[in-house]
Design a protein around this ligand. Structure first.
Ligand code: GAP
Length: 513
């Protein structure tokens, strides 16, 4: 991560804490690694993101319904899904620093460093020569060619080691690339071992193997095992979808970058059940739909891109990510996967229960194929927060930090502020607050100078401030201040609801998709 990107992420983390969005979990006990709590503003923003997703999925699509399945599930589910045997990351420890790393990430980081060396050579040469031809330079410079050869070799060996589950080969690659531990500076590595990412616990009072259960690492399996329940009770006809929002847990080896990679997080997943053979059409359909859903937020269309998976998981016949331009660069925000009939077929085998659909049109039974859309709620939160966070220098020479959160997602929609704490202004402001609070999440504040209060609302992303002054007592007009433009308009209190509603309502955002 470049220094400026690193600084931006640090600024966002400290802003999120200072203004009640995200706190480190168990902070008074020095925190719990990769676990976070959402504060008073964070919880509102998170709920609004959930509502945006839930309404889009279940209200705008008449063939999608939502469920809420339990976190604890029968342990055989995770055997059938492949998580018990294959939901692993390769792990390696440095014997001197006692720090633990993901072996593949260590290699990827070493490869990135080699790439940086190439970039530096190119940069140096570009400064030296006029009419610099980058392609020509890269294909002829001996040092660059040597680095490129090393990169290609390392990439090929990494891919080979991972796809064959060959941990010795991965260890040898770490040795050959002379990777050192950033803390101890030594190359004293343990063997590379597979590490299962699922958390487990015991159910019931007897702690033996039979009662071992897992905290779900994805919400999707709760949908698969309820597929027939929903299909039958909802009289659903293929194609149809089941949506769910809920917690998932992964014992990530390297959990870093704030709420990007957590051990306890939330997913918003939808499994779309289709006729076998139709899955590619629906895969393309959902890629487009999901990208549109993201882009409607107005965080900048250039901040999103697709990344197609070349190495497919054993259950998929097509997969891609929607990546977002986070402060750390473009990274996965949402996964869209064509999961074939792998999960339902496997649950049929392990449960010995038929999980088939009778297609009345074709007069045949089949196991449907599944196209999945899966977005991390916390990553969505980080994408909104990082795109919204702006440090601005104003015309009068002062600074402000403003969160340009899409108005429909903002924690508070309007702040009602009496200009002074006297002359009946607080009472009048409270009257307006009580009038607006049934339609919008409102905030009331009377302490400090009005400029300071505006800054505080900017910092938590409140789209509108309503200021009540002496003129309000005369003619029932107020000033309505816009967060983004800072423009203030004098309007009648009777107009307030309609003006605010037009720009903060979720339905107007949903209509843009
Ligand atoms: N059911 C498919 C599935 O779980 P995934 O790519 O492993 O696929 C889907 O996860 C999404 O969940 C990711 O795109 C990401 O947004 C989110 N996610 C995964 N692991 C996460 C973690 N440790 N912390 C935060 N979000 C995570």
């Amino acid at each position: 991560m470049a220094a400026t990107e690193d600084n931006l992420l640090k600024s966002i983390i400290s802003h999120a804490k200072e203004y009640g969005f995200v706190f480190p979990s168990s902070e008074i006990y020095d925190g719990l690694s990769a676990v976070y709590d959402y504060g008073q503003n964070g919880a509102e923003l998170k709920n609004n993101i959930k509502e945006y997703w839930w309404k889009f999925m279940t209200m705008l699509h008449d063939n999608i319904v939502g469920i809420d399945s339990a976190i604890f599930m029968h342990p055989t589910i995770w055997k059938a899904s492949g998580h018990v045997d294959a939901f692993n990351d390769p792990m390696v420890d440095n014997k001197d620093s006692k720090k633990r790393y993901r072996a593949d990430v260590l290699v990827e980081d070493a490869i990135s460093k080699m790439q940086e060396k190439i970039d530096k050579e190119v940069e140096k040469a570009a400064k030296r020569f006029e009419n610099f031809d980058k392609a020509m330079f890269v294909s002829t410079n001996a040092r660059v060619l040597e680095y490129q050869k090393k990169i290609d070799e390392a990439n090929a060996r990494l891919k080979d080691a991972i796809s064959n589950g060959n941990m010795e080969a991965l260890k040898q690659l770490i040795v050959d690339l002379e990777i050192t531990d950033p803390f101890s500076g030594t190359r004293n590595w343990t063997d590379v071992r597979q590490f299962n990412l699922m958390f487990s616990t015991e159910m019931g009072s007897v702690a033996d193997d039979a009662s071992k259960i897992y905290l779900r690492p994805e919400t999707a399996q709760g949908i698969f095992v309820n597929f027939l329940n929903v299909q039958k009770t909802g009289r659903m006809k293929i194609p149809f979808g089941i949506a769910q929002i809920g917690k998932a847990f992964r014992n990530e080896i390297v959990a870093r970058q704030f709420i990007f990679r957590m051990r306890e997080f939330e997913q918003m997943e939808m499994q779309f059940f289709v006729k076998p053979g139709d899955e590619m059409r629906w895969y393309e359909f959902w890629k487009e739909k999901r990208l549109n859903w993201h882009q409607a937020l107005g965080l900048g269309n250039n901040n999103y891109r697709f990344h197609t998976h070349l190495n497919l998981a054993h259950y998929a016949n097509a997969a891609c990510d929607i990546q977002f331009n986070f402060p750390m660069g473009f990274k996965e925000l949402e996964g869209i996967h064509s999961r074939t009939d792998f999960d339902l077929k496997s649950h049929e085998k392990y449960s010995c229960k038929k999980l088939q659909y009778f297609d009345a049109e074709d007069n045949q039974n089949y196991i449907p194929y599944v196209v999945e859309t899966s977005v991390g709620l916390d990553r969505m939160f980080l994408s909104v927060l990082s795109a919204a966070y702006q440090e601005e220098k104003l015309e009068d020479g002062t600074d402000r930090v403003v969160l340009r959160i899409p108005a429909a997602l903002a924690p508070n929609k309007v702040a009602v502020l009496p200009l002074m704490k006297k002359d009946g202004l607080p009472e009048k402001a409270m009257e307006i607050f009580n009038h607006l609070k049934f339609d919008f999440r409102c905030f009331y504040e009377e302490k400090d100078a009005i400029g300071k209060r505006y800054r505080r609302q900017d910092a938590i992303g409140t789209p509108y401030c309503v200021t009540v002054d002496h003129q309000t007592l005369q003619d029932n007009t107020v000033t309505l201040r816009n967060r983004d433009t800072m423009k203030q308009d004098r309007i009648h209190t009777e107009q307030l609801k309609q003006i605010i509603q037009e720009s903060v309502s979720l339905s107007s955002l949903l209509k843009k998709i």
